[in-house]
Design a protein around this ligand. Structure first.
Ligand SMILES: *[C@@H]1O[C@H](CO)[C@@H](O)[C@H](O)[C@H]1NC(C)=O
Ligand SMILES: *[C@@H]1O[C@H](CO)[C@@H](O)[C@H](O)[C@H]1NC(C)=O
Ligand SMILES: *[C@@H]1O[C@H](CO)[C@@H](O)[C@H](O)[C@H]1NC(C)=O
Ligand SMILES: *[C@@H]1O[C@H](CO)[C@@H](O)[C@H](O)[C@H]1NC(C)=O
Ligand SMILES: CC(=O)N[C@H]1CO[C@H](CO)[C@@H](O)[C@@H]1O
Length: 354
């Protein structure tokens, strides 16, 4: 990538490794290895584990940080031979623990994903193998310079909103339910960051919850295809709480640096003027079936945008996930884009700090 080459030539330091936790927006293949028929996986046509040759969306960011590809999925390293592969990967590029369907709460999509608390356990197990290989001083040094990339929370909101709908709650009831949910989400998120910090992580790149009420799978529930404002308001309220959490954690955890990326704000700006970003379709999927191609997942027999041009003009690849170009634009914005999309520093500054 030209940005990488330019900066590498200028002698900028890169983080030695990156460890990824979160949900399907960052999952590079862990769910392939989970048992069960209702586990969401993308091992089928039009998707790929390191999907750089696939038209589907793939996790943004790794390449901008100076890596050639995303860190490999933890469960793939374990399946092949953990004692042989885990420590070398963890010491040279990093590991991804992200799992499609995962939420902040263990209860979110339980049994169909690797919940966040389990992802932290896996990071702990990884660290133990690294220490066994090179000793704890070297591991502490490496982890303190490495980046933890984290994006999670959408699935908790999807599950909550669906449950509220089926419970037919009053407006006041919904408000108090939402307040209770946010308290759980924030305390769990806080525990997650604090545990990762205790294990030696110092640099956190955190992506907030995006405009979840505007994904095709949600729009298709509305007769006119409109966004679900209630879901977007939940996302915005969660994102406010997350911003406050990070601002209050940082002074209490010496040496912690973070960059909070505003996925919601970036999407709002993009949707206000789609053509400015080269989009002609911000509502429908590029692969799926039914109205907005959002009534079913992207499958072998789906209707699919075939031309590169058409794919690039869609924000969404399938009914939940952004297309590759949208991922690329997002990674660019968070890495070194307009300052309003990252707080208090951008991902590049985070990667190069200290
Ligand atoms: C994994 O690698 C170790 C170390 O080389 C070896 O002893 C072990 O037999 C391997 N296990 C498998 C399942 O291949
Ligand atoms: C939902 O609640 C409202 C008022 O509380 C009531 O009028 C309505 O019948 C309920 N709907 C269902 C499907 O239970
Ligand atoms: C990491 O694992 C060790 C050993 O199993 C355990 O004592 C410790 O509590 C774990 N730490 C976290 C943060 O999970
Ligand atoms: C595609 O195949 C699935 C089974 O794999 C079936 O349930 C679905 O109805 C098919 N969809 C279309 C649009 O034909
Ligand atoms: C990471 C973390 O702390 N996860 C916890 C979230 O909350 C549930 C129960 O409320 C715990 O079981 C998890 O361990």
């Amino acid at each position: 990538m030209s940005v990488k080459v330019l900066v590498a030539v200028a002698g900028v330091r890169w983080p030695p490794a990156m460890y990824v936790i979160g949900d399907s927006t960052l999952d590079v293949g862990n769910n392939y290895y989970l048992p069960g028929s209702d586990v969401p996986r993308a091992n089928r046509p039009y998707y790929g584990p390191m999907a750089s040759t696939s038209p589907a969306g793939f996790p943004p960011g790794a390449k901008s940080m100076g890596f050639l590809s995303s860190p490999p999925p933890y469960l793939s390293l374990l399946a092949l031979n953990s004692s042989l592969l885990l420590a070398p990967a963890a010491l040279t590029i990093g590991v991804s623990y992200a799992s499609a369907d995962a939420g902040i709460l263990d209860s979110t999509n339980a049994g169909k994903c690797i919940p966040l608390s389990k992802q932290v356990e896996y990071f702990n197990a990884t660290r133990a193998q690294m220490v066994a290989a090179v000793g704890s001083d070297a591991v502490d040094d490496l982890l303190s310079k490495s980046v933890i990339l984290c994006g999670v929370g959408s699935n908790d909101l999807f599950v909550f909103a669906a449950a509220e709908q089926s419970r037919n709650r009053s407006a006041a009831g919904q408000q108090s339910d939402a307040a209770a949910l946010f308290a759980d989400l924030i305390s769990n998120y806080s525990a997650t960051i604090t545990e990762l910090y205790a294990l030696g992580a110092r640099k956190f790149a955190i992506i907030n919850v995006g405009l979840v009420g505007c994904v095709p799978a949600v729009r298709v529930l509305d007769a006119s295809g409109a966004c679900a404002d209630g879901l977007n308001q939940l996302a915005a309220a969660f994102d406010d709480a997350l911003r406050s959490l990070l601002a209050s954690l940082a002074p209490r955890l010496p040496g912690l640096v973070y960059s909070l990326a505003d996925s919601l704000g970036l999407t709002e700006t993009t949707f206000a003027d789609p053509q400015a970003s080269g989009y002609t379709d911000i509502a429908g999927a590029c692969c799926g079936s039914g109205r907005l191609l959002a009534e079913a997942d992207c499958l072998r027999n789906s209707t699919i945008c075939t031309s590169r041009e058409e794919r690039d003009q869609h924000v969404f690849w399938d009914r939940y996930h952004p297309a590759q170009r949208a991922c690329f634009l997002t990674a660019q914005a968070f890495y070194n884009g307009p300052p309003q999309y990252t707080t208090p520093i951008n991902f590049m500054q985070l990667a190069q700090s200290r």
